[in-house]
Design a protein around this ligand. Structure first.
Ligand code: PFF
Length: 484
């Protein structure tokens, strides 16, 4: 019942009507759980699985974890409520929501359009390269399913795969195809259904692998203690900066996603508690990912091996760790199945933000918008894929680094545009539109926003200051002036 599509405009959930472009009505989630699952599904992604554990290892283990949890409670939740509130109140995705908000509150000017434009630029940059990594994950998942744990643990396996001309292209296209299939099926029949199965599966797999890793690996206890017990001497300013930057990425903020997903939320649902559940779920999975990865890499190569971030950790170090475990192919397969679910539900959310944005801004209809985005995704995803083979001559010298196309796309979106955009949005909503716009939306279900004063204070003062610090430090870090 909850998923049944109707197009007659009554209170039942509306699946996006892709058969009738001109009059497609806005979809709504079938209920609070569907919304929370969708938000959590977007939030839980590579950010949790490969960035969080290595950042935690680098910035003091338990000290980082504690700082992160406090920041999520204070700042992540504040900004999450703001984005969902913008989406639900305007019933529009990021690109058009800001002009509507300005019109609602008597503001004018081209700046609002520009903010909307950046809300769609971020997912346009992240979506394609995320699908490239999604393709790598698929390749590993299939490889483990075929029992190739030994081969995958080989030192040159990853490099020879990504530098080959055609194989990565095929896997990238497959991942793009799966993502687009979910999008074509629509909000209720595609995204909701996927999340309903993928998210519980992901949670079970994360717990099972964490328990198995801790139980079977020698000296895993030392890694667990390092990860979970905060020590005062491990705190530093950089702990806060790194945790804040990671938090925005991990919660899928400043990507236009939560605005888009908020626009599908019914006004009768409790907005603030839904935002709270998404933050909680994302943080639990991040900590579980830490419990999966930190003790494993710690037992394998000490704290130094654990500090390695990104592709190296997931595609090189972890396969070597799995190879030392009993049932290595099964463990590897289950781990990459988990990563696959996490990556797919995130890539779906980011592509949905673009599809919905194009539809809102141009009124071409969802069906056409899906087609445009599908073709653009394939073309754009080929660039970072080929960046390791035929396009390997393209690189970007940033500071002391010489970045590939994929690294550059990641850098420009995560380290520059996203914190800058979040800073601008928090100032606009906090000081120009005024937080009352969001507070009213939070209370639209008839309940009182008990923490409204705290929310207003955090949005106006604390969020912009912290985002300013994150922005400056991540740029200084990238150009090599400081080292995060
Ligand atoms: N919160 C996501 C993560 O932690 O991976 C961020 C994200 C990245 C969402 C890329 C969507 C996406 F396509």
């Amino acid at each position: 019942m909850a998923d049944s599509p109707t197009t007659s405009g009554h209170s039942e959930p509306l699946a996006v009507d892709i058969s009738n472009d001109a009059v497609s009505e806005r979809a709504t989630w079938s209920g609070k759980l569907a919304f929370v699952l969708a938000g959590a599904a977007s939030a839980v992604g590579l950010g949790n699985l490969w960035r969080y554990p290595s950042l935690a290892a680098k910035y003091g283990g338990g000290a980082f974890v504690l700082t992160y949890i406090i920041l999520v409670l204070i700042l992540g939740l504040t900004y999450m409520i703001t984005e969902i509130g913008i989406g639900r109140r305007t019933k529009l995705s990021g690109i058009s929501a800001f002009t509507r908000m300005a019109a609602d509150t008597g503001h004018k000017g081209a700046g609002w359009k520009a903010v909307g434009l950046f809300e769609i630029i971020v997912p346009c940059i992240i979506g394609p390269y995320y699908c490239v990594i999604g393709g790598w994950i698929l390749k590993y998942m299939v490889g483990y399913a075929l029992g190739a744990a030994d081969e995958i643990a080989g030192t040159s396996y990853f490099t020879s795969f990504i530098t080959s001309d055609s194989e990565p292209v095929a896997w990238t296209l497959l991942f793009c195809g799966i993502t687009m299939l979910v999008i074509i099926l629509g909000v209720n029949q595609g995204i909701e259904k996927l999340n309903k199965y993928a998210m519980p599966a992901l949670l079970v797999l994360a717990i099972a692998i964490a328990v198995y890793a801790i139980a079977t690996l020698p000296d895993a206890g030392a890694g667990v203690a390092y990860f979970l017990i905060p020590k005062a001497s491990d705190f530093s300013v950089m702990t806060v900066v790194a945790a804040a930057g990671q938090m925005f990425y991990s919660l899928s903020l400043a990507m236009g996603i939560m605005i888009t997903y908020g626009s599908y939320m019914k006004r009768s649902e409790h907005l603030a508690s839904s935002a709270g559940w998404i933050c909680l779920f994302d943080t639990v999975i991040a900590v579980l990912a830490g419990l999966m990865v930190v003790p494993a890499t710690y037992s394998f190569g000490g704290v130094e091996a654990t500090k390695q971030a990104g592709a190296g950790l997931m595609f090189q170090t972890l396969p070597q760790v799995f190879d030392t475990m009993p049932l290595s192919s099964l463990v590897g397969f289950l781990y990459f199945a988990l990563v696959f679910f996490a990556a797919l539900t995130s890539s779906v959310s980011i592509i949905e933000a673009v599809v919905s944005g194009i539809d809102d801004a141009s009124h071409v209809g969802r069906r056409k918008s899906v087609r445009i985005v599908g073709i653009a995704l394939i073309v754009l995803a080929l660039l970072p894929t080929l960046g390791y083979s035929v396009l390997s001559w393209v690189h970007f010298p940033i500071g002391s680094a010489d970045m590939t196309i994929l690294d550059f796309a990641d850098f420009i979106s995560n380290s520059v545009i996203m914190p800058a955009l979040a800073l601008v949005v928090s100032i606009l909503v906090g000081w120009v539109i005024k937080p009352g716009y969001i507070v009213e939306e939070v209370e639209a279900d008839g309940t009182r926003f008990a923490l409204r004063k705290v929310y207003v204070f955090l949005l106006k003062f604390v969020v912009p200051i912290l985002l300013g610090v994150v922005l400056v430090s991540s740029i200084l870090n990238s150009v090599g002036v400081i080292s995060i």
